[in-house]
Structure formats: C-alpha cells, structure tokens
Design a protein. Structure first.
Length: 224
C-alpha cells in the first residue's frame, strides 16, 4: 500500500517540476534575451554617440583655430610691417635681409609644429575611442574593464590638457622685436630661443598624453 501511495506523489512532483522548467523557458528566457539584446544595443548606441560627439569637437576645434589664426595673422601683419620699416633703414642690407628671413621662418615653424602636434592628439583620441568601444562591448581581449575605464578617463584628461596647450601655442606671435641695428642679432636669437622653449614645453604635454593612452591600452589588455 505504501508504494502505491508514494508513486503518484513522485509523478506529481516531477510533472510539476517539468511544468515549471517549461514555464521558465517559455516566459523568462525570452524576456532575459530581450533585455540582453536591449543592453547590447544601448551600449553600441552610446559608443556611436561618443564617436560622433568626438568628431564634432574636433571639427569645431579646427574651425575655431582657423578663425583665431586669421586674427593672429592680421596682428602679425601689423608687427611685420613695423619690422620692415625698421629694417629698411639698416645700413647693412645683408643683416636686414637675414633678420627678415629669420622672422618669417619663426612663425612658420610654430604653425607647422602646432599643426603636427594637433594631428598627433587627434590620432590619440581616435585610438582611445576605439579602445573605449571594445571595453564597453566587453570584448574578450579586454582583461580588466574597470582598470581600463579609469585609465581611459585619465588619458582623456591628459589629451584635453595637451590640446589646450597646443591651441595656446598656435596663437603666439614670434615676430622679432628689434631694438637697433647693432642688437638685431641678439634680438633674433632671443625670439628664436623663446620659440624653442615654448615648443619644448608644449611637446611635453603631448608626450604625457601619449603615455596616458599607452597606459590605458596596457591596463585594458594586461589588467596590470
């Protein structure tokens, strides 16, 4: 009699268990899958928005730099005109020609160098955006997402600081201030040394940004 009573209860138990599993697969799993898909789509959209925002920032920065340089060149034109007036009365025409050539080259060097540095920084930002995308999407090659996110934030700060420094440097005017014909050589050297010192300082900020980006990549890949 005992076995006759127990068997139906076992059947009822397993039948109930089977029903619950079936209910789980039918009702719960689709919701879970939908939430996972939604979460994945949200992450992708967020990354895409960040990429687009970064492109807009870069474009705006370029436009602002162009506008500032137009204003700077107008200011430089006035100073260069004053310089040429002083050079025109030099007795030593060779010295005057050399001073004018050095003056022209100084501002060209500054423009060329700052343009190159900005391109490097833009490239760093692109690399960082790609890395952030992989971290956000939990790619298998990302070993430590948490450490990577912290390092990425730090790298962004370094890049922003470097961009500000380069932008300031790009607006500087290195037109030589001549005191007299006898001091023109020293006056030119003073301005040339100032340009060298300023460019060296701004390069250091770009190097610091580059190291920060490299560290972010290291943190993401190695987790150490």
């Amino acid at each position: 009699m005992t076995s006759v009573v127990t068997l139906p209860r076992i059947y009822v138990f397993f039948a109930t268990l089977a029903f619950l599993f079936l209910l789980f697969f039918v009702l719960v799993l689709p919701v879970f899958a939908e939430n996972t898909a939604t979460s994945s789509t949200t992450r992708k959209n967020t990354v895409k928005e960040r990429v687009e925002a970064r492109k807009e920032i870069v474009q705006t920065r370029k436009e602002n730099l162009i506008e500032r340089r137009v204003a700077l060149k107008e200011k430089m034109a006035t100073r260069e005109a004053a310089l040429k007036t002083k050079l025109a009365v030099f007795k030593d025409k060779t010295k005057a020609t050399k001073a004018e050539r050095i003056n022209t080259n100084l501002n060209k060097v500054n423009e060329k160098q700052t343009d190159a540095l900005l391109k490097h920084l833009n490239r760093m930002s692109e690399i960082l955006t790609k890395l952030e995308k992989r971290v956000t999407e939990n790619k298998p090659d990302i070993k430590d997402p948490a450490a990577a996110k912290t390092a990425i934030v730090s790298a962004k700060t370094q890049i922003a600081s470097a961009e500000a420094a380069v932008g300031t440097q790009a607006e500087k005017d290195y037109t030589i201030t001549i005191n007299s014909e006898t001091t023109v050589k020293v006056d030119a050297k003073t301005m040339r040394d100032a340009l060298h010192t300023d460019l060296k300082a701004v390069r250091e900020t770009v190097i610091a940004a580059k190291k920060a980006v490299a560290n972010a990549i290291k943190e993401a890949k190695n987790g150490q």
